[in-house]
Design a protein around this ligand. Sequence first.
Ligand SMILES: [Zn+2]
Length: 457
Amino acid sequence: MAEQKSTITFYGGVGEVTGANFLFKDGLSGLAILVDCGLFQGVKAFDDKNTDPFAYDPKSIDYLFVTHAHLDHIGRIPKLVKDGFAGVIYSTAPTKEIAEIALLDGLNLFKKENADKEPFFNKADIEKAMNIWKTAEYHETINLKEGLRITLKDAGHIIGSTMFEFARGEKRLVFTGDLGNSPSPLLFDTESIKGTNYLVMESVYGDRNHEDRAERRNLLEDAIEDTMRAGGTLMIPAFSIERTQEILFEIESMVEQSRIPLAPVFLDSPMGIGVTAVYKKYARFLNEKVQKQIEEGGDSLFRFAQLHETLSTDESKAIYQANPKKIIIAGSGMSTGGRILHHEKNYLPDPASTLLLVGYQQAGSLGRMIQDGARSVKIMREEIIVRSQVRIIHGYSAHKDSDHLLQFVDETKDTLKKVFVAMGETKSAMFLSQRIRDYLGVEAEASELGEVAEIDL
Ligand SMILES: [Zn+2]
């Protein structure tokens, strides 16, 4: 019988940012290996695409490799388990721990938003997934059948984020997951993947560059100084994973260097507090600058006198009673829910206060309306006048921009046979694949849903 070719099938995360789900079928060993099993996150977060049966039989899958703990890469894992997957899951340890927090949070959100619907997975499915979930370190190689080896490399996107290098002999295929906006205040830079032959890569910002990357720290410092001087409250809506810790770390450094006026900092997000604890626990995954700071400061990461973690609802409510000169970091990052709404209700009408947007605001979200200059918004059925300042910092994106994605590919262009551009909107993926072809002379395509690509591995 003729030898089977290895293939990659694109089951999600193509033509859009979310829902990452790629199947590698190994020709030689017959192994079926998934990379990521993410949630589709549109305007309506929990639509049919998430609840529909998988296009493959989960029982037939041997392994699932998880790049990182964002829901658009992990959100359908409990469903995969519920539908019969009984293989082994692999990721780094922080990815596994944050995934558990994020999946439980996702389940609660689903229940809140769909009171009339049965969730498409439950707590027991998350537990089952955790039981078959193994962890590995960066640069560790997992040896599978017939000489197939899988090695973890640092993607620099959020803590524990990993690229997976599939290798046999000298041949190499890399799945990037999401790629970090290196240098990051907290993480190591994205590793080089020199020697790669096939690449499945993200393209969230494939058609755009980040404007104020070099200036981001100064912009944050200015926002804090100006708001504190005016005697107002600085509200920072932030995603619980990475952005919250990054902003916290920047503020902590500014406090230690006496660069900003002293004021209490409230971390007002149960999930943000939980994830921050994982960052503290796995400080070895953070860059050498942070490690050095921990050594010198004696385990002081995310711990300073002005920082208050408000876990309970009562503690959260009490923030309003505190002197208005304060900084509040709370979710959700796009003000689509969460505790930030209460603070926005209180302080958006206050001309001395500032709303600081440090993350992408999706069209239709409250954050986006305010970003676009709305003078009045509806929060919890109440009309709220916006008199506060609104400032935006784009530079804290956790993704590489177009130029840096191209540079990442450039480093390995001599060995590349083909680049599959995924995990971005169609326009973005097409633009990046065009740039890769034109500037680097490497074959590249914007991959399509259901496409089966043959790979020489
Ligand atoms: Zn991500």
